[in-house]
Design a protein around this ligand. Structure first.
Ligand SMILES: Cc1cc2nc3c(=O)[nH]c(=O)nc-3n(C[C@H](O)[C@H](O)[C@H](O)COP(=O)(O)OP(=O)(O)OC[C@H]3O[C@@H](n4cnc5c(N)ncnc54)[C@H](O)[C@@H]3O)c2cc1C
Length: 409
């Protein structure tokens, strides 16, 4: 039998787990190529810790060349389009033929078409975003410490995070630690009352997918940590140093961080009438792109119909789908019937800064320190190598005793 060429394009949570879960006989008997625009896997759930100087940027990435087996191929490049009729993928002028393709390009920041978001706000989706944001915050404190005028200093030290989902909440908790505990102590002429940190949320409560008790706990905890929380606050425009709200009011802020949502990366399938829902490519229950016999799609970019109108865009879903696709690739090669995917949610978690978090696992709800320990343990074990687990653990322990690293890079 001709050796199959399996291509995994987009190596995030879905693509990496598909690769790692391929049965050993496939790893040995097929040609396997991984393609990504970056040369590393990014562990997004800890990006807010990079942005808030709690973790080093190198701690949340793993180079693909440390992960893949020597007999397999990694190509760094940007996939422009896929031609399913020719079984070919186009990458920076190169043509890559495939027998089986896993496409998992993830998502990008969603501005919902709101004017000014791109121009006037920071985002938190890539490692570069996190580093830029961390540098910016450190710069702002340096500048503010030289300002004599109280009002001007307060203006410079006003921060707003838009988005009351896990990313916004986690970032608010960590920013609170960085601003009110770390940076304030390092700048003798900045007083905590000079700083305003606001979290605005379009819905009626933070963490909308969490149980009510945990939502309330999260909101109260953030307020105790000096975070001003505004619910039912619908941003209609972002301007330079201000947000325009639905009721016509303005909220001034020198720094605006947009964490209000993501949208699927588009899959450019030439010559095929692919179906899309919510901007995502529709997959059948086996996770094959609908109408295709050899292109799987997974993670944030794919849409699988279910009673709730699609699965959430989370790493948990992407990981489970990647593992499932690996099994179905085996079935496809052996000519066996493919198996339908069913998602099993293992729980929801969000940190609220140092030693505090909320977690709901099955019927059990955790808050405070136990949730925080659980949160850290779960994330630690989600890294694929022991090297990274140790590095993150050492960063956490070291920073707990010595404080955050506030060097401006
Ligand atoms: C700040 C933040 C915090 C988060 N926290 C959590 C959390 O705590 N828990 C949770 O479950 N989820 C969390 N998520 C969501 C989670 O990151 C995503 O749901 C998950 O990464 C989706 O996996 P994926 O494989 O679909 O995409 P990704 O992991 O984003 O991977 C996509 C890959 O495709 C590559 N790529 C994209 N386009 C191209 C192209 N054209 N050519 C080549 N390569 C390409 C990218 O470089 C990337 O490596 C968070 C997301 C963010 C941004």
């Amino acid at each position: 039998m001709k050796r199959k060429h399996i291509v995994i394009a987009g190596v995030g949570f879905a693509g990496l787990n598909a690769y790692k879960s391929l049965p050993r006989w496939i790893s040995r008997s097929a040609d396997i190529t991984l393609i990504d625009q970056k040369n590393h896997f990014l562990f997004t759930p800890l990006l807010h810790e990079v942005a808030s100087a709690s973790l080093d940027d190198m701690s949340v990435v793993e180079p693909f060349r440390d992960i893949i087996r020597p007999s397999h191929t990694f190509i760094q490049g940007f996939v422009d389009r896929i031609d399913p009729e020719k079984n070919t993928l186009y990458l920076d002028e190169k043509e890559i033929p495939y027998d089986i393709l896993v496409s998992s390009f993830g998502s990008t920041t969603n501005t919902f078409g709101i004017k000014g978001v791109d121009e006037y706000s920071f985002t938190l989706k890539t490692l570069e975003d996190a580093v830029v944001l961390r540098n910016h915050c450190i710069d702002i404190f340096e500048k503010a410490s030289q300002i004599e005028n109280n009002e001007e200093r307060k203006k410079l030290l006003s921060f707003v995070i838009v988005g009351g989902g896990p990313t916004g909440v986690e970032l608010a908790g960590e920013f609170s630690e960085l601003f009110f505990k770390t940076l304030v102590r390092k700048h003798k002429n900045i007083h905590p009352r000079d700083i305003s940190l606001t979290l605005v949320n379009a819905g009626p409560s933070l963490l909308s997918t969490f149980p009510k008790r945990l939502q309330d706990y999260a909101e109260n905890t953030l307020r105790l940590k000096n975070v001003i929380v505004h619910n039912n606050f619908f941003v209609t425009e972002v301007q330079k140093e201000a947000l325009l709200v639905q009721d016509g009011n303005f909220l001034d802020a020198h720094t605006i961080v947009w964490t209000a949502g993501v949208r699927a990366q588009e899959l450019n399938l030439s010559g095929v009438e692919a179906q899309y829902q919510q901007g995502k490519i529709v997959v059948d229950p086996n996770l094959l792109v609908s109408g295709s016999h050899n292109i799987f799609a997974a993670g944030d970019m794919s849409f699988l119909e279910n009673e709730e109108g699609g699965l959430p865009m989370t790493a948990q879903v992407a990981k489970q789908q990647g593992i499932h696709i690996a099994k179905n690739i085996g079935n496809l090669i052996k000519g066996k019937e493919l198996r339908s995917f069913s998602y099993k949610e293992s729980g929801v978690l969000a940190s609220l800064g140092f030693l505090d978090a909320v977690a709901s696992i099955g019927k059990v709800k955790f808050m405070g320190f136990p949730a925080w320990i659980l949160w850290r343990a779960i994330y630690l074990f989600n890294f694929s190598s022991w090297k990274k687990r140790f590095r993150v653990l050492i960063d956490w322990i070291f920073n707990a005793f010595t404080g955050r690293e506030t060097t401006r890079l």
